[in-house]
Design a protein around this ligand. Sequence first.
Ligand SMILES: [Zn+2]
Ligand SMILES: [Zn+2]
Length: 136
Amino acid sequence: MGTQLTGQCNCGYEANVFIASGRAQHGKVFKYPHHCEACNSLTSIDMLGDDFKCTECGSDQIHSYAASTKTLSYKSLLNRLPTDVLKTAGYHRSDVVHEETFCYPLKKTFVFLRGDHYCPKCKLNSMRFFTSMLYD
Ligand SMILES: [Zn+2]
Ligand SMILES: [Zn+2]
């Protein structure tokens, strides 16, 4: 199952990106949202592909929107720590997770967090994503 996210920024930039893939490409294609520094746009990169390049301009100056921190169990005592301390320790709370997607071929979980994200157009952390479509 794939997810389409729509990113909308205060500057007016809006674009769709994709997580994973539909059933037909399951296990062969696993897309994930990135932004490209060369053409300043959002792009969806196939993490199972051979080369990680922007689908818009072909540059490899791409950066993933996957969280670099791990999701903390809601039962963990670490939840008592302040958010910035948690982040330094390499964790985020489960309530800030927008979508968690396990990629079987890579045996890796990709986490997309809620809140403000970096916008490749205006270079501010003022872009928000919402799930605009689920596809099969
Ligand atoms: Zn590009
Ligand atoms: Zn912007």
